[in-house]
Design a protein around this ligand. Sequence first.
Ligand SMILES: [Cu+2]
Length: 74
Amino acid sequence: MTLETRIINIQGMTCGGCVKGVHNAVSDLAGVQTVSVDLENNLATVTFDADTVAVTKIAEAIDDAGFEASVANS
Ligand SMILES: [Cu+2]
């Protein structure tokens, strides 16, 4: 297990429902440990097992949920 914490910038979140949607999409992925979505700053902080899931997969899941995700430089 290689725990990694990354910040993902997210465009398109407008309300608590969006926050919930992002949170659910990310926490459904195997390997994700914790997700914290920050509506005010349009980002999510995700801690995950890098041996199980890639950060690009996490961003993809957010895109698939209807938002636009981009991984911040660590
Ligand atoms: Cu919303």
